[in-house]
Ligand binder design. Sequence first.
Ligand code: NAD
Length: 319
Amino acid sequence: MRTALIGAGVIGPVHAAILQKRGDLCAVCDINEEKLSRFSSLPVYTDYIRMLEEVKPDAVHICTPHYLHAEMICEALSRGIHTLCEKPLCISLDEIEKIKRAERISKANFGVCLQNRYNGENLYIKEYLKGKKIVSVTGAVAWHRDAAYYASAPWRGKWGTEGGGVLINQALHTLDLVLWLTGAPDSVTASVSNLTLQNAIEVEDSAVIIGKGDTGFVFFATNGSPADMPVELTVKTADEIIKVTPGSVVINGEAIRFKEKYEALGKKCYGSGHEALINDFYSCIEEGRRFPIGAEEASRSVKVILAAYESGGKEIFIR
Ligand SMILES: NC(=O)c1ccc[n+]([C@@H]2O[C@H](COP(=O)([O-])OP(=O)(O)OC[C@H]3O[C@@H](n4cnc5c(N)ncnc54)[C@H](O)[C@@H]3O)[C@@H](O)[C@H]2O)c1
């Protein structure tokens, strides 16, 4: 594989390290030339279209701000380039439809980096619950993101470029896990607010979502915690209470611990799923299988989040 990377900010280097370990990284693009200095042994570009045209990579990883995902995914897929994009899939319903169309007509594979699905405890619980009736799921994210974090890049904290706050960025992974277990809801009712960062960001730092459908859920998220706390999923079945936190599953009080196969690269809260997900993406390409987290799968959390933004306390039915 010859794989190019677009976006060499915070998460791009995590992808680059894994691609270099695989021997696949062939070119890097970032509009900020300083970010390219660490890749001086490779062809580097400041224009991603030029890179795709000149390098003609087999695959590309997109690690740019949220508002650029849809355009970059469609440009890469239309050239038949296998495309792995960082989360979220995109930030609007129109973009979801454009990406789905681009994926449908492309011969290339497409995936979204929802790496927490590859953590041992989450793989275990997904398998454990097969065939069981889930009564309800609760997801909770309490992390710390302050004004300095939001000032670290101009796209953060703005509706036009980030597309939202805690929900579409930090909490999306855990919401995706909730929806992986419950399936897509019919409707959501939500309250979204900015409790701690009124002078720093336009978007929400806190939210509560109630989802109704075959299996209902409750989801809590805030960036206003004094510290990053472990994310939590609680699942209720007919006769069990199951608590899932990073590295452990506790079923009716009995704990099972998980040790990850891969090293955690980047911030601790990213976990160590990136390498497992990226290796699976390339196994799918080699074996001619669709990657399991394509546009349809990755659009679920985005649709729930967009409905939560629209809700203002009213029930919104998911399209
Ligand atoms: N999966 C995870 O756990 C995880 C963790 C962190 C970030 N992310 C996601 O990764 C993406 C990037 O986040 P980040 O924190 O690395 O942001 P960042 O701002 O640190 O990096 C983005 C980079 O993209 C570059 N860029 C902007 N416009 C560009 C363009 N037109 N062409 C080429 N490069 C361009 C910027 O110069 C910057 O270096 C976001 O979607 C974010 O949500 C995912």
